[in-house]
Ligand binder design. Structure first.
Ligand SMILES: [Zn+2]
Length: 262
């Protein structure tokens, strides 16, 4: 399979997951959608369009450069299919660390908070990231790709899984409790990730996993809060902004972590 094929596959799988989940969460919602319904979808979509433009103009060329210039120190056993499986686990662990840093490093939180100001969650929340966060994470990822020598196939496979997982765990899709609890032993489910968006700082600063659910129990960052349909979503002590307000939010004076704790 050529590189163009892989990229086309990735786009097709992600588009299918987006449309499928977007429709399914409206037919079988876990929590009632607040009014007005389309204003936040438009805000999230607008942020996505800006991020998509940045991906084409900056993220993709930067990633291609990092793959080209990557350090070649990998032993033979870290290649082929076992290498791909190991790459996916290592990349997921690194994303856990990066997400955690986005909550604990004040400069990174300025940008990541824009994702958390959303007062409800559905698949469109998975598209809602400030361009500053997109640029910062692409730069961090380029460094990681260069250092670990990840091949392009591993990065494309990981991104496909990452986007699919992100759409899934932000979605408002109702899943039978027994099935969800079974799934949560392996992957981050909506019930787990909604707790990360709970409007209570102790929960916001917990449960950082993206694909695999093992990292939070391993590093002691799993919240014990259970998701309920009426659970308030957002950032404690902060309001949602207009589209322009969201773009400017990282430049605002930030409340201290003590103030966010209320
Ligand atoms: Zn977060």
């Amino acid at each position: 399979m050529t590189l163009e094929h892989l990229i086309a596959w990735k786009a097709a799988v992600v588009a299918l997951a987006l449309v499928g989940l977007f429709v399914a969460e409206r037919i079988w919602p876990a929590a009632p959608r607040p009014d007005p319904r389309w204003a936040r979808v438009a805000r999230n979509g607008g942020l996505w369009l800006l991020a998509a433009a940045l991906s084409i103009g900056f993220v993709a060329p930067l990633t291609a450069w990092a793959v080209e210039a990557r350090l070649d120190w990998r032993p033979d056993w870290w290649r082929g299919w076992p290498g791909l499986a190991l790459d996916l686990i290592v990349l997921d662990g690194l994303i856990y660390g990066w997400h955690r840093a986005n909550h604990t490093v004040p400069f990174l939180w300025r940008f990541h908070a824009v994702h958390h100001y959303d007062r409800f969650l559905d698949t469109t929340s998975a598209l809602r990231f400030h361009v500053g966060e997109v640029a910062l994470s692409a730069t961090a990822r380029a460094g990681v790709v260069w250092l670990f020598g990840f091949p392009l196939a591993s990065i494309l496979a990981f991104e496909t899984l990452l986007l699919g997982a992100t759409l899934f765990h932000h979605s408002n899709l109702w899943i039978p409790a027994g099935l969800e609890s079974l799934m949560s032993r392996i992957v981050i489910t909506p019930a787990l990730h909604w707790v990360h968006h709970h409007r209570v700082q102790a929960d916001t600063d917990s449960t950082y996993g993206t694909i695999l659910s093992l990292w939070d129990p391993l590093f002691g960052t799993r919240s014990t809060t259970r998701r309920t349909p009426a659970m308030p979503i957002g950032v404690a002590g902060a309001d949602e902004r207009s589209f322009v307000g969201l773009l400017l939010a990282p430049a605002e004076p930030q409340p201290t972590r003590a103030a966010r704790r209320g």
